[in-house]
Design a protein around this ligand. Structure first.
Ligand code: GDP
Ligand code: MG
Length: 310
């Protein structure tokens, strides 16, 4: 990189736009898919089952003249468990630290936005004067453009949103345009992070997300929801494989039996699939050791949730 910046380069640098953008919305509308489409790397766990994103995932988009830091949030749901209440607090907290909000809806039930944008959220947004952009996702599923236009016109009447942007996160349709619109609402600010940062979340976190995703793929009913994955140890080794030790917590002895499977086959499958993806993610071989432990009722216990970082 040349040391002498031209005047034009200096100007451009000064006009750098950077800021924090929260992605909020109901479970399953495609928030994680959108984040991944923008960041171009698989950062946030994706699943057909709702509520797989329990913690905020930070993804950083580095443009030439911009840096957008995305906060992925758990889906908005009515608090039922203590865990859900904590998830809702995360949403409110990430809104408060944001320069802009992307509110994502599915093109098939976009009418729900009135319910989903509950009072507490709208009030917070209004008080802090944060731009609110409505993203209508999955338009690849709509038959034609007219349907999309009709949806946009319907919603415009409510005058709630600074922008209404139809996209398909899956086929990346209109995603670049969305990024440009997002940039437009950011304040002028220098980069918050070095531009080779894709995420500030640790490799440990990605490892646990990958394993949780495999559990969601391999098991049904309550098992995935009753599981939590904690990486106890991650030893990087210059020569040879990295060593990763993980504890997989479930809520009951019966679930532990299912997770391990006859002669350990199920656990072996979780291990193999996770290892493959972890290796792809970090680009080197790993030795993955998974221990299964019962922690009764962890979803409803303040102490357990705290020790898991919620
Ligand atoms: P989240 O819970 O809001 O984070 O949703 P996910 O990103 O996990 O996506 C939920 C499901 O919707 C997954 O099966 C995605 O593949 C699917 N999905 C996401 N975006 C699109 C899209 O633009 N079009 C279609 N057809 N499916 C999508
Ligand atoms: Mg998600």
């Amino acid at each position: 990189m040349a040391m002498n910046l031209s005047l034009w380069e200096k100007k451009r640098y000064e006009r750098m736009k950077s800021g924090f953008v929260s992605i909020i919305g109901k479970p399953n509308v495609g928030k994680s898919t959108l984040l991944n489409a923008i960041i171009n790397q698989k950062l946030s766990i994706i699943s057909r089952k709702p509520q797989t994103t329990r913690k905020r995932v930070l993804g950083i988009y580095n443009g030439e003249d911009s840096q957008i830091i995305f906060l992925d949030t758990p889906g908005i749901i009515d608090p039922e468990y203590l865990l859900h209440k904590k998830m809702f607090d995360y949403i409110i907290n990430s809104i408060k630290e944001s320069d802009e909000i992307l509110f994502v809806v599915d093109c098939y039930d976009y009418n729900l936005f009135k319910l989903e944008l509950n009072e507490k959220i709208t009030k917070t947004l209004h008080e802090l004067a944060i731009p609110l952009l409505l993203v209508i996702n999955k338009i690849d599923l709509l038959e034609n453009r007219n349907t999309t236009l009709k949806i946009i016109n319907d919603i415009k009447e409510y005058k709630l949103f600074n922008e209404i942007i139809p996209i398909s996160a899956k086929s990346k349709d209109n995603v670049l345009e969305l990024v440009n619109i997002v940039k437009g609402y950011l304040p002028e600010h220098s980069r918050y992070f070095d531009d080779d940062n894709i995420s500030d979340a640790s490799t440990k976190f990605f490892v646990s997300e990958i394993i949780r995703e495999k559990i969601f793929m391999l098991f049904h009913d309550e098992i995935p929801y009753s599981s939590e994955v904690i990486v106890d140890e991650y030893k990087e080794r210059k020569r040879g494989k990295d060593y990763i030790a993980v504890t997989l917590y479930v809520e009951r002895e019966s679930q532990k039996k299912i997770i391990i499977g006859k002669g350990g086959v199920s656990l072996k499958r979780i291990g193999e699939r996770s290892r493959e993806e972890i290796e792809k993610f970090i680009g080197k071989s790993v030795y993955l050791k998974i221990f299964v432990t019962v922690k009764e009722n962890w979803r409803n216990e303040e102490n357990a949730l705290k020790s898991f970082g919620y």
